[in-house]
Design a protein around this ligand. Structure first.
Ligand code: FAD
Length: 461
C-alpha cells in the first residue's frame, strides 16, 4: 500500500494542512479507521488520505490535489453508495460530511443544502416552515448522492424526483473551478447533474424547490406474502391521488409490537404509506390500505413528515454488508410478481428487502430529455438487496441476489436506477441513460475529460 507521504513530503503536507479549514487524516492517525470507514462493510478500503472538508475552498483544494498528484478520488456525501464509491484504496477521500448547513427561504419556497447534508438535516430545517421536497426514505442517506442519481421517495408521485426539484447547484469541476449552474448558467452541467451522478464534479451546494408538506398519515401496513396483494397494489397506484406515496415491499416480518408474533421473521408484504394530502381524507386512505388484502399488522398514524423518514434508520446502521440491484418497469407484471414471491420466500435476513417505488405522477410530467434521468415512462423503480451482519454470509447473499436478478430482468426494462446498482453493474450504465447517454458523454468530455470523477456509475469520456 502506498502512503500519503509517498506522494507528498512533510513540507507539502504541512502546507496543505495550513491551507484548508477542515482536517486531514492519514494512516496511523487516531481517527483514521473511523474516517476511512464506509457505510457498506463490503468495501473495506485504505485511502492514503481523508480530507474532511469544511467549505467549498477545501473541496477545491482536494480536487486540485487529486488531479495534480494523480490520486484516485472518492467523493463522499452521505456515504451510502452501496457500490462503495465513497471510499478507495491509496487515494484521496474527499469527505463533505462536515458541510451540513441548510438555509431555507420560506417566501420563495426554496432551500439551499450544503453537499454533505443528510435527508435528516434538510427535512428538519424545511419542516419548521411546513415545507419539504422529495428525499430518501432513510434519513441518514446523503442528499448529494441520492439527488445526483435521480432521487425517489414518498413524495415522488406528488413532487417529482429529488433532481426534478433542483433549482441550482454549485459544482467544483475537475479543473478546479467553482461553477454555479441552473437553467441559465452552465445549463449543460445543470442538465447533467440531474440524474448523471457524481460524474461531473463535486456539488458543494444544492438549491431545492419546496412544497407545502406538514404532518402526513404514514407508516407500514403488513399483509401475507400473496400475489393478489401486489396485483391490487398495481391497480391502486395509477388511480390514487398523487399525494399518496405508497411503496410495496417484501420483507421478513419485524419483531415489532404492531405485528403478531407468529409473523416475526416470516416473509410478508408491506405497503409503506405516506399520505401528504388533506387530513379529512385519512379515512379514505385507510380504506384503500384495508382493501389491498388481509391486514396482519399496521402502524399508520399522523406524524411530522421528517419522522416517517426515520422509520428504518436503526435497522440500517453503518457497518452492515449490502449487495443491491435495481430495475425500472412500466408495469408490475404477473411474471414480476411471481419472481418477487419466489425470492421473497427465501429472504436471507431481517434487513434484506425488495422495495418497489412508484415513480408516476409528477415524475412523468418531466420529459425524458429534460434532465439526465431518462426513465420517464417507468411507473416503478425496484430495488432488491440483501443486507446482513456476518461476512460469512456474503456468498449466500450475493448468490441469492444474483439469481433473483437473473429471474427479474426479463420482466423489467433494460436500465436500472444507478443508485440501486452495485459496483459490478457498470455495464448497465449506458442502458440507464438511454437516449441521454451520448449527450452525457459530451458534457463529461467538456467538464471532466480526464475522468477524475470515476468512482461512480461511470460515464466514461
Ligand atoms: P455517497 O456514497 O456519499 O455518494 C454516492 C455517489 O455520489 C458517489 O459516487 C459519490 O462520489 C457521489 N457524491 C457524493 N457526494 C457528492 C457531491 N457532493 N458531489 C458530487 N458527487 C457526490 N435512493 C433513493 O432514491 N431513495 C431512497 O429512498 C433510498 N434509500 C436508501 C436507503 C439506504 C439505507 C441506502 C444505503 C441507500 C438508499 N438509496 C435510496 C440509494 C441512495 O440514493 C444511494 O446510495 C446514494 O448514492 C446515496 O448518496 P450518499 O450521498 O449518501 O452516498
Amino acid at each position: 500500500m502506498t502512503t500519503y507521504q509517498a506522494v507528498l513530503d512533510d513540507r507539502q503536507l504541512e502546507e496543505l494542512r495550513e491551507s484548508v479549514h477542515g482536517d486531514i487524516v492519514q494512516p496511523g492517525d487516531p481517527g483514521y479507521d473511523t474516517a476511512r470507514r464506509a457505510y457498506n462493510a463490503m468495501h473495506d478500503r485504505h485511502p492514503a488520505l481523508v480530507l474532511q472538508a469544511a467549505d467549498a475552498s477545501d473541496v477545491l483544494a482536494g480536487v486540485n490535489l487529486a488531479r495534480q498528484r494523480g490520486l484516485p478520488l472518492a467523493v463522499r456525501g452521505g456515504g451510502h453508495a452501496v457500490a462503495g464509491y465513497a471510499t478507495c484504496d491509496d487515494g484521496l477521500v474527499l469527505d463533505l460530511g462536515r458541510m451540513r448547513g441548510v438555509r431555507v427561504d420560506p417566501e420563495r419556497r426554496t432551500a439551499r443544502a450544503e453537499g454533505g447534508c443528510t435527508w435528516a438535516d434538510l427535512n428538519h430545517a424545511t419542516h419548521a416552515f411546513g415545507l419539504a421536497t422529495t428525499g430518501g426514505i432513510v434519513s441518514t442517506t446523503g442528499v448529494a448522492g441520492l439527488t445526483l442519481g435521480g432521487g425517489m421517495g414518498y413524495l415522488s408521485r406528488r413532487c417529482g424526483l429529488a433532481c426534478d426539484n433542483l433549482v441550482s447547484a454549485d459544482v467544483v469541476t475537475a479543473d478546479g473551478r467553482l461553477l454555479m449552474c441552473d437553467e441559465d448558467r452552465n445549463p449543460d452541467l445543470f442538465w447533467a447533474v440531474r440524474g448523471g451522478g457524481g460524474n461531473f464534479g463535486v456539488v458543494t451546494s444544492f438549491e431545492f424547490r419546496l412544497h407545502p408538506v406538514g404532518d402526513v398519515l404514514a407508516g407500514p401496513t403488513f399483509y401475507p406474502l400473496d400475489g393478489d396483494v401486489a396485483r391490487r397494489y398495481r391497480e391502486l397506484i395509477p388511480e390514487a391521488p398523487e399525494e399518496l406515496g405508497a411503496l410495496l415491499g417484501v420483507v421478513l416480518g419485524p419483531p415489532a409490537p404492531f405485528l403478531p408474533e407468529r409473523w416475526h421473521g416470516r416473509p410478508v408484504m408491506v405497503v409503506l404509506t405516506c399520505w401528504s394530502g388533506p387530513g379529512e381524507e385519512d379515512g379514505q386512505v385507510r380504506a384503500r390500505l384495508a382493501a389491498l388484502g388481509p391486514v396482519i399488522g399496521q402502524h399508520v398514524a399522523r406524524m411530522p413528515y421528517p419522522v416517517i423518514n426515520t422509520l428504518f434508520d436503526d435497522e440500517m446502521p453503518t457497518g452492515l454488508y449490502h449487495y443491491w440491484k435495481g430495475y425500472f418497469s412500466r408495469e408490475l407484471t404477473d411474471g414480476a410478481i411471481d419472481v418477487h414471491l419466489a425470492y421473497g420466500a427465501a429472504l436471507p435476513s431481517l434487513q434484506s428487502d425488495t422495495l418497489i417505488f412508484p415513480i408516476d405522477g409528477a415524475c412523468h410530467r418531466v420529459g425524458p430529455g429534460e434532465t439526465a434521468f431518462a426513465y420517464r415512462d417507468a411507473a416503478f423503480s425496484t430495488g432488491i438487496g440483501p443486507s446482513f451482519t456476518d461476512p460469512a454470509d456474503i456468498a449466500a447473499n450475493v448468490g441469492w441476489c444474483r439469481a433473483y436478478d437473473a429471474a427479474l430482468r426479463p420482466h423489467s426494462q433494460e436500465g436500472g436506477y444507478v443508485n440501486f446498482l452495485d459496483a459490478d453493474d457498470q455495464d448497465r450504465v449506458r442502458a440507464n441513460y438511454r437516449q441521454n447517454y451520448e449527450r452525457l458523454v459530451a458534457v463529461k468530455r467538456r467538464y471532466d475529460p480526464g475522468n477524475l470523477f470515476r468512482l461512480n456509475q461511470n460515464i466514461a469520456p
